[in-house]
Design a protein around this ligand. Sequence first.
Ligand code: GAL
Length: 684
Amino acid sequence: MPHIMDRLTAELGLLYGGDYNPEQWDPSVWREDARLMREAGVNLVTVGVFSWARYEPEPGVRDFAWLDEVLDVLQAHGIAVDLATPTASPPPWLGIDHPETLPVDRDGVRLVAGSRNQFAPSSRVYREAALAITCDLAARYARHPAVRMWHVGNEYGQVDFGDEAAREFRAWLHDRYGSIDALNEAWGTAFWSQRYRDFEDVLPPRRAPYLVNPTQALDFRRFTSDELLACYREQHAALREAGVTAPITTNFMGFFPGADYWRWADAVDVVADDQYPDHADPRSPADAALVQDLMRGLGGGAPWLLLEQAAGATSWREHNLPKSPERMRLDSLQAVARGADGVCFFQWRASTAGAERFHSAMLPHAGPDTAVHRGVRRLGTDLARLHPVIGSRVAARTALLFDWESWWAAEEPGRITERLRTLDQVRAYYRPLWDRGVAVDVVRPGAALDAYDVVVVPQTYLLDDDAATSLRAAAEGGACVVVGPMTGVADRNAHVLPGRFPVRLADVLGVSGEEWVALPDGGVPVTGALVTGTPGKGSAHTHAELLRADDAEVLSRFADGHLAGAPAVTRRDVPGGGAAWYVGAVLDEPLLAAVLDDALTRAGVPAAVPGAVGLDDVEAVVRGDVVFLLNRGGETARVAVPGTWTDLLTGDDVIDVVDLPPHDAAVLHPAQPRNQGTGDDEVH
Ligand code: GAL
């Protein structure tokens, strides 16, 4: 099926560039920038993300002449523009003249201008002003030949507890529940005398004397995500109405808690993401891979864009270690391997003033004769060679379930342990898959699972009937389903489901539980055979569950403490050929890896590159028919990859084996038989 990005990438190749903030520079610098961009292989820059105060220095005044010139300069150098609507950072005068446009925090403090994101998503005045500047930009540039993509706002995530948010929250609740009785029921307001007489009495979960109602808090998160999405949607619609035909998107932030990207994914023409993995964390390549697999999942497998990353160090962590050019290259290629059709940065030229003056850039303060910029040029050359991957997809036989609503509901305070964190669990289940080179699709609960042989459910706290039905169908259809703790605990109102847990899955898992148990510091030993025929031994920590095996084999038991002798990990052979594991605790890494190995082996899911050897420190991903090999280690890796290939990065032939220097990569394309189908064969 054609994708809206196809035309752009067919013309430009893989997209390469970054945020460009020309308003920070003299026009003479624009020309130098365009020249240097061109030399670095840049073909797309995001312009105008923070330009509102420059466009509209006073209410109603417009100054676009400078942007006309910027676009002309870029166009003259063959650089396409992703034009932003500048609505993430209104000019200070908007908040001064209309304080209600400023967001209010949980404590009732109104935030002021002087940073960015100083807008209240529900403020009518803000929405009108944002739409007005968007419409004027669109009227002027909808058909500008340099503008090939549009970027709405920036990293939507603003939360507001103010009066206008309260008004819109009530309207949202009215739509959801229809009557105050239904809301009272859904929120369980019989508890602590919280019953509401009318929607007018309902407030956002502002600071209260003690814990707030968890369903109120959950609904406010849902509402906030939807309200931000409404801001996005109305600008998207305005751009289309003005005649924009180019792709329109906004930049996501990976596993960002403030927006449910499953609900956003349909609203963007192409999924785009900002990624700043902490390269000082040895596990960050796996965690970044997970985010990238999520981005692919959000787009239903279609190519996505890495819209921001750092060329070197970030400046917003407490202590920002440098990122080497080699690491920057590997991380960029990783994104392409996992489905990105574009690699961009924040930002092109390093700012000399402002809060991000020490954030790295493609062009550092010290200029082009720098290691960072040489790395940027090298990457530009690399990406230009990767034509064969454009538009192609990653095929996975393993699915991993993730869901924002479950994450939100599971982490409301007032639970057995606050140390059980959904994202920690998701990452823990993903890492062994990454280590083994298994291709994974991140999917939302309830999605069709027929294409998968292994389905991993690290922790889906809210499990509705549809999600339970699709998991059951997967296991009965022959898949290996691995379910982690605190899954299927509650319904969509976050009410704990009565009965032995996980109520909606206990039959297919063959196991049921009755008590959630916080484990003492130091954990609890676990014993038992985890991999068929092989004795396993390890430990559980943080959280465990008192389980009873009703119709499942017990693979491991707790060896000590409150749960001594009770099942820790079970497996049931499901009629129809599948199998279902239940993991009733947070397991140490080797033990969890053994469980996942058991499932992968049973399902016969191979590593990404069948037959490859020598991948210990090498991340291997197959996209389309191209094999990406990324050496994450400090030693040369000799990788055996049966076949005859061309390394797209070097043009070298590779037959069966490739040597990868430390922190280097190969991108192997099946070699074309010479003269194939040319009719010239006899001549030679
Ligand atoms: C992103 C943001 C950019 C820049 C970057 C580096 O979150 O969209 O504008 O701030 O981080 O910190």
